[in-house]
Design a protein around this ligand. Structure first.
Ligand SMILES: Nc1nc2c(ncn2[C@@H]2O[C@H](COP(=O)(O)OP(=O)(O)OP(=O)(O)O)[C@@H](O)[C@H]2O)c(=O)[nH]1
Length: 605
């Protein structure tokens, strides 16, 4: 690594989801000859986790150092930080951004500027980064470079002349982009002689090495053997190893001011490391931590239960293992009359919840049931107490409640103008209040809405995509709590309340929600030997009811007793199907029914 920090460039790539960040990062690494291409169809190098690959999204930020010999003959150290693109992970994006001096703002040539392009741009501007606009996917026949240049000028207020045109797929324009990075982005400032201030922007768990902390040194030197302290958690550690990321960890003696690299200390678990925290030395400590630290709080809560109660111990170990690599997942033990023992978990958003669900099912081979996700409500009691509730089962007796508040967001939707009408209808249906509407140009409109977070969690994104034929894009931020009118809706199956299906809902939507849930459940619960009644109840009042008639499917009837092995196979298959069922009282409820309830507000569409 160059001892001379004038040869260092720290930058990140920011973009709307799917505009090509990861592909571009791969191209960089490949160009830098660190990586020999394994062909265009290969998975991206920076996205390591299976699920990321499958869903094509980047979840964890990862850093990599690329040596690059520029046209001026000097070899620069380009520190690239790969950032996640989804709203659930926006705090990680903000920390990654603040460890850089520059950002490449990637825009898909066929899509143009979208909601997260703007949100990411604002974040980069807040941190005073040099922004290089990059138009990607210029190889596509549908690429409209002129329209993108117009948007860069008009919507983003950036210089169209400074824009670099690339195809991350073919590699076209990538050399020009390297040159632009070297020329336009400033080298890091910072001084080795000042007290140590290193920003933690990520961490991961390695089974052999323990917790590996990703950091950017702003001032001072982070040296092997020194005693350091994490300023917000206020814990001392001894530095065991430091180094750089080069598709692997490359050891060195010390990280200097301006460097991006990793540090290994005696940290046992990821939860002891807070993204955004500052590392300083115990002796000659920095007076102040670096700004911008935020404790990330989960906003969506749901309980997880094993479908087969005998799998509980396995679920315990799965959750503990997941937590090793995911500090934002929080959990505590929970139990349900219907579902047995499980965990109450907190997530950063619905995408985070889905990722956890998939990982448990895929990596640990467990069948699990999630209960209806809920936000955190603040309940003001008549006796003056104020309590936080994220579990519908803990909602107090309505007679004792003065009023409740729920979290609201500001949503920022960018859409071609022909879909404005249907999007406004959708937002109103979701209790949205319009706070702004801007024409970005002749064709595109930005809609700003304040909406309850709970309404956005379930299917809003899918509905938005379907009414705009995939063209609208969306970003949101939490703006605080507002007063609401809540009721608890219980679901009864053959007269027995299924606690895992209870939900807190807005009074005005409760009748409709009750009807939808009952209809959904009717569609999901198979007929059984007796009649099944499904009811939605608010307080003591039944607001909706559906009935499933009795019936038993004899899967072996067709086999005439002839081929015994075929008969056995069919029975085994039926047994497999049953494994994914949950007994509630005397009724078998399939796992899919629990999930279907989450999607309840879409059934009438
Ligand atoms: N034709 C073409 N396709 C590209 C180009 N760059 C990326 N893609 C494709 O666009 C899709 C999205 O690319 P990614 O690199 O995964 O996008 P990303 O922005 O990293 O997405 P997230 O990680 O989900 O935020 C993939 O199918 C890529 O193969 C390009 O220059 N040309």
């Amino acid at each position: 690594m160059p001892a001379d920090s004038t040869l260092t460039r720290n930058f990140c790539i920011i973009a709307h989801i799917d505009h090509g960040k990861s592909t571009l990062a791969d191209r960089f690494i490949e160009k830098a000859k660190l990586y020999v291409s394994r062909g265009p169809a290969q998975d991206q190098i920076l996205d390591t986790m299976d699920i990321e690959r499958e869903r094509g999204i980047t979840i964890k930020s990862q850093a990599v150092t690329i040596p690059y010999t520029a046209k001026d003959g000097k070899t620069y150290e380009l520190n690239l930080v790969d950032t996640p693109g989804h709203v659930d992970f926006s705090y990680e994006v903000s920390r990654a951004i603040s460890s850089c001096e520059g950002a490449l703002l990637v825009i898909d040539a066929s899509q143009g500027v979208e909601a997260q392009t703007l949100a990411n741009l604002y974040m980069a501007m807040e941190h005073n980064l040099t922004i290089i606009p990059v138009i990607n996917k210029i190889d596509l026949p549908s690429a409209d470079i002129d329209a993108c240049l117009h948007q860069i000028d008009h919507d983003l207020g950036l210089e169209p002349e400074e824009t670099v045109l690339v195809s991350a797929k073919t590699g076209a324009g990538v050399d020009e982009l390297f040159e632009a990075i070297v020329k336009q982005i400033n080298p890091p400032e910072g001084k080795d002689s000042l007290p140590l201030q290193a920003l933690i922007f990520d961490s991961h768990y390695d089974a052999y090495r323990g917790v590996i902390v990703h950091c950017r040194v702003f001032n001072g030197i982070l040296e092997v053997g020194s005693e350091v302290r994490f300023m917000h958690t206020d814990t001392p550690y001894k530095v065991e190893e430091v180094g750089f990321f080069q598709l692997g960890l490359v050891k060195t003696d010390a990280l200097h001011a301006g460097d991006v690299g990793y540090v290994i200390t005696g940290v046992k678990t990821i939860s002891d490391v807070r993204v955004g925290d500052t590392i300083t030395t115990v002796k000659n400590a920095a007076k102040n931590p670096l700004p911008g630290f935020k404790d990330v709080k989960p906003v969506v809560f749901s309980s997880i239960y094993p479908v087969d109660t005998n799998d509980y111990e396995e679920l315990v170990s799965a959750i503990e293992r997941l937590k090793l690599n995911d500090a934002s997942l929080i959990y505590e033990k929970d139990s349900s009359a219907a579902l047995g023992f499980g965990f109450r978990c907190g997530f950063l958003g619905m995408l985070h919840l889905e990722v956890v669900q998939e990982r448990i099912e895929r990596e640990f081979g467990l069948s699990i049931v999630f209960t209806s996700p809920s936000v955190k409500y603040i309940v003001h009691m008549k006796n003056g107490d104020v309590i936080n509730i994220d579990n519908p089962l803990e909602y107090p007796d309505p007679m004792r409640v003065e009023y409740a508040e729920e979290p609201f967001i500001q949503a920022n939707i960018i859409t071609p103008s022909q879909f404005v009408g249907s999007l406004i209808t959708l937002c109103m249906e979701k209790r949205g209040v319009q706070v702004g509407m801007n024409y970005l140009d002749e064709k595109r409109v930005e809609l700003l809405y304040e909406m309850p977070l709970s309404e956005v969690l379930f299917e809003f994104y899918d509905r938005m995509k379907s009414v705009s034929r995939g063209y609208a894009s969306f970003d949101y931020q939490l703006i605080g709590y507002k007063r609401t009118d809540l009721v608890r809706m219980d679901i009864l199956v053959n007269g027995e309340p299924v606690d895992a299906l209870s939900q807190l809902v807005f009074r005005g939507s409760s009748q409709l929600r009750g009807k939808q849930v009952c209809e959904r459940l009717k569609g999901e619960i198979p007929r059984q030997q007796y009649k099944i009644a499904i009811q939605a109840a608010i307080g003591g009042t039944i607001v909706s009811r559906e009935t499933i008639n009795a019936f038993r499917k004899d899967v072996t009837a067709k086999c005439y007793g002839g081929d015994i092995s075929r008969k056995r196979k069919l029975l085994e298959k039926q047994k497999e199907g049953k494994k994914r069922m949950k007994m509630v009282g005397n009724v078998e409820i399939p796992q899919s029914a629990f999930l279907a309830v989450l999607k309840s507000d879409d059934s009438s569409k």
